[in-house]
Ligand binder design. Sequence first.
Ligand SMILES: [Zn+2]
Length: 87
Amino acid sequence: MRPDEREVAGLTCAQVMHALSDYAEGDAPAELRAQIEAHVAGCRQCEQFGAAFAALLAGMRRQLAAPDVVDDDVVARVRRALIASAS
Ligand SMILES: [Zn+2]
């Protein structure tokens, strides 16, 4: 365990980091979710990291949900250019 690692609620910081994406996606089992929440509540380091991670994830979701900015005409022209360069 690294010197800045802590064990809170039966999880180390590394275990929390490892489980964080499952937690954020809602894939973590209820027992693990409760442990992560208890760890983050008692560990300032993971609390800060968790907040940054959640913000990053929310930003990525917004990007993915954004409408397609490339219109069909551009796609058609790129496709023609690719076909022309391949032949
Ligand atoms: Zn921690």
